[in-house]
Design a protein. Structure first.
Length: 457
């Protein structure tokens, strides 16, 4: 069978190497076939890497909303107890460079380059990817990078966020000591459905006989039954943050907006402490160091508040402000609007960007009660696609704006969109939607994602 043939140029940059190693199979075959979990196992075999023999413990994070927040707070809580922790997020905050972190800091280019080179050399020994074989998914390759880096630097714990599913995701290759299940709802029904129960079955299938404990956020009754059943079958202890009676838990996340944000963070804190061997009924007097670390978490793009850099002088001298959130459901948008009300006294405009198959009808319905300007922001050429123009209302306060200043290689390569910045300068805003959009907003605002949290000591 034909093998990979392209050798890397000697002068290849890290970005070029990442593009070739992580995205080449997906770009060639997406829409024609699907990710291949067996192909990932073949790759790991060539790498002489076995998830079963990893020396570190592993927490897996699955769900439909808030996985990133849970991952961030799990890593922070474990680090507060002196655990050397690597976190792997899906996707990153600003770019792919901040997907993988060690004790809260993005890993250096040398480590990323080394992991990519190892993967590329192994890829060359595989048969070429075809429609029959399926492709190596980018989310799975970034996950593998994170685990290779964890092995390289001697991490004691890896907190790994699934891409989309559970059983259908490359995270399923790793035995998980603990699992965080954030709220599960009807997303990716085309891939994991057709029902929410199907989605829940797929996501919770990462709970296995190796799983000792599960931290589950609030679920619908149908999803809750599935979570409980998985725990019973595999004899995993089930803990729900909402049922923790001692107030210490919510004291360490009280700096976050109430609702989704606090519950997801609380789930992460419980998981991080469990992985560190701590008693989850710890008394309040032992929480000071933990709270110092959790309050240092800075995770922009999740109900985060920012100042918009002005252009020249502003009338009255007051800069505009913006709440940024990566909500893709109606309930998530509702929470973001509440956050904007609390932080800004209410947004004057809402900038929305969603790909097809997300909850655009729910967004439209929710925004019908919003009196300000409502703008759908199109990202021309985005690999996620764009809804039909007819799906967004036409009329007073409803607008559609296409960003025309994106880099030719795509939105993910664009450092700053001046057109987007101009929109943000016009009024206090809520920018909400897909991470591809919110990461562009954050880059345009000049945000930094180098440090996720500050480790005590």
């Amino acid at each position: 069978m034909r093998k990979h043939e392209d050798a890397p140029p000697a002068s290849q940059s890290l970005a070029e190497l990442e593009e070739q190693v992580v995205f080449s199979e997906w770009r060639a075959l997406r829409g024609k076939t699907t990710r291949s979990l067996p192909r990932m196992l073949q790759l790991m075999e060539v790498l002489d890497y076995s998830p079963e023999s990893a020396k570190h413990r592993t927490i897996g994070v699955v769900g439909s909303k808030g996985k990133g927040t849970a991952t961030a707070y799990a890593a922070a809580a474990a680090a507060s107890q002196g655990v050397h922790v690597v976190s792997v997020m899906s996707p990153g905050v600003l770019s792919n460079a901040d997907r993988i972190r060690s004790d809260g800091l993005t890993v250096g280019e040398a480590l990323r380059h080394s992991a990519l080179m190892k993967i590329q050399q192994a890829q060359h020994q595989l048969p070429a990817a075809t429609e029959g074989s399926g492709y190596l998914a980018p989310t799975g390759l970034f996950l593998l990078m994170g685990f290779l880096i964890a092995r390289e630097i001697g991490a004691e714990l890896v907190v790994a966020e699934a891409g989309i599913g559970g059983a259908s995701d490359d995270l399923s290759h790793w035995p998980l000591e603990g699992v965080i299940v954030t709220s599960i709802f009807g997303e990716h029904l085309d891939l994991l459905g057709p029902t929410v129960e199907d989605v829940a079955q797929d996501k919770t299938a990462v709970i296995t006989g190796r799983t000792q404990w599960v931290i589950s956020c609030s679920q619908t009754s149908a999803v809750q039954r599935i979570v409980e059943q998985q725990c019973q079958v595999h004899r995993a202890r089930l803990v729900m943050p909402a049922l923790v009676s001692d107030p210490w838990l919510y004291r360490v996340v009280e700096h976050l907006p109430a609702g989704f944000a606090q519950e997801n963070a609380a789930a992460g804190v419980l998981a991080g402490l469990a992985a560190a061997g701590q008693d989850l009924t710890r008394p309040a007097q032992e929480v000071t160091q933990l709270a110092a670390v959790t309050r240092s978490v800075r995770y922009p793009g999740r109900l985060s508040v920012h100042e918009v850099p002005p252009m020249g002088s502003l009338a009255g001298g007051f800069p505009r402000r913006c709440v940024v959130d990566s909500a893709v459901s109606r309930s998530g948008l509702r929470a973001a609007l509440v956050c904007a009300e609390d932080a800004l006294g209410g947004a004057q405009q809402v900038l929305v960007c969603l790909p097809p198959l997300k909850d655009l009808p729910g967004f439209v319905s929710e925004l019908e009660g919003f009196s300000g300007r409502k703008v759908f922001v199109e990202l021309p050429g985005a690999y996620t696609g764009t809804p039909k123009r007819s799906e967004w209302p036409v009329g007073p306060e409803w607008e559609w704006v296409a960003l025309q200043d994106l880099e030719s290689h795509g939105v993910h390569e664009t450092a700053v969109s001046e057109q987007l910045l101009q929109l943000l300068r016009e009024a206090d805003s809520l920018a909400v939607g897909t991470v591809l959009f919110t990461s562009l907003v954050l880059r345009s605002l000049g945000e930094d994602a180098e440090r996720l949290f500050t480790r005590a000591g």
